[in-house]
Design a protein around this ligand. Structure first.
Ligand SMILES: Nc1ccccc1C(=O)C[C@H](N)C(=O)O
Ligand SMILES: [Zn+2]
Ligand SMILES: [Zn+2]
Length: 208
């Protein structure tokens, strides 16, 4: 029996909406078959926070582990997808259903994922909600928005809470086409030495 795979990653391409002021995605050919090379080889420039990505603790704490150092277990395993559309600026504890022991929670906040343009006002996660998730034993929280904090945040309270509880973070997921429920999450970060984040190919697979 084949287990359906749902891709919850953003396509990386020139013009990919990125955080205002961040590095645009570009790709250029180092070698080109059209010019006699036996192979095509390209080079990329992109923000570590491009598309679907995993933050490293280093992103929000200057002396915390980089993305090459984090253990992979949080990024692989059963997760709960929750529809929290309409929560307003911050997802509160009251916006969440019982987790029934889920260790990984992915939050859908967009009615329609904004693939074409950057959206400045998105739903983030209240720090109290991160505290509650930690108390429930959650090890990874994911969101379709670009950040678990508001985009104008200066105190980064949600990131400080995930640091405090050593919870892993996925941002920039595409969850429009995913029914709420339980799935197997696979979303492994690249081992980028010194990396504050890494793009991931995030997928959900039906549970066996
Ligand atoms: N590219 C940035 C540049 C500066 C500040 C934030 C960002 C973000 O993309 C938000 C980030 N994904 C976060 O983890 O909150
Ligand atoms: Zn990020
Ligand atoms: Zn973040």
């Amino acid at each position: 029996m084949t287990r359906r795979i749902r891709d919850i990653s953003q396509r990386l391409h020139p013009g990919l909406p990125v955080w205002p002021g961040d590095t645009p995605f570009t790709q250029s050919r180092t070698w080109q078959m059209e010019q006699g090379s036996p192979v095509n080889v390209s080079a990329l420039t992109l923000s570590t926070h491009s598309g679907a990505h995993a933050d490293a603790p280093l992103h929000y704490s200057a002396d915390a582990p980089d993305i090459a150092s984090v253990h992979l277990a949080p990024y692989l395993g059963e997760c709960l997808v929750v529809d929290v559309r309409g929560s307003g600026p911050l997802v509160g504890v009251g916006d969440l259903p019982p987790l029934d022991g889920a260790r990984r929670v992915l939050l859908r906040t967009f009615v329609a994922f904004p693939h074409e343009a950057w959206v400045g006002e998105t739903t983030a996660i209240a720090a109290q909600t991160i505290e509650w998730l930690a108390g429930e034993g959650v090890k990874l929280v994911g969101i379709d928005g670009p950040s678990i904090d508001p985009q104008d945040s200066k105190d980064m309270l949600a990131h400080k809470a995930v640091l405090k509880h050593d919870i892993r973070v996925l941002e920039g997921l595409v969850l429009d086409h995913v029914e709420p429920g339980r799935y197997e999450l696979i979303a492994l970060p690249l081992p980028i030495a010194g990396g504050d984040a890494s793009p991931v190919r995030a997928v959900l697979r039906d549970l066996a």
